[in-house]
Ligand binder design. Structure first.
Ligand SMILES: [Zn+2]
Length: 95
């Protein structure tokens, strides 16, 4: 599928292909001319407080970081990080 993105390396807007997503969910592109892969609008690992609460709740209930990541469709690494936070604090603070 061709797009209207512009290659950051050669500046061409022709032959820019969507090649998938980054781990953070941003669309990745490849320049068909110079073969460079790039991400025009990289997302950061940002989650809402609501998502965080749900994740922490699941972790506190005994779910693994991996399962939480799968359930909430977020990065496993992120879920693991929160799981580690919970482990450090011992208990989850509500509100
Ligand atoms: Zn290019």
């Amino acid at each position: 599928m061709e797009t209207k993105e512009k290659c950051p390396r050669c500046g061409q807007s022709a032959m820019q292909w969507r090649i998938g997503l980054t781990k953070a969910g941003s669309t990745r592109y490849r320049c068909g001319l110079c073969k460079r892969d790039y991400t025009p609008n990289p997302k950061k690992w940002m989650y809402s407080e609501e998502e965080r609460k749900v994740a922490l709740r699941l972790i506190t209930d005994g779910m693994t970081g991996r399962a939480v990541g799968r359930t909430l469709k977020m990065s496993k690494a992120n879920a693991y990080r929160w799981a580690t936070e919970v482990a450090k604090k011992g208990t989850m603070k509500c509100g």
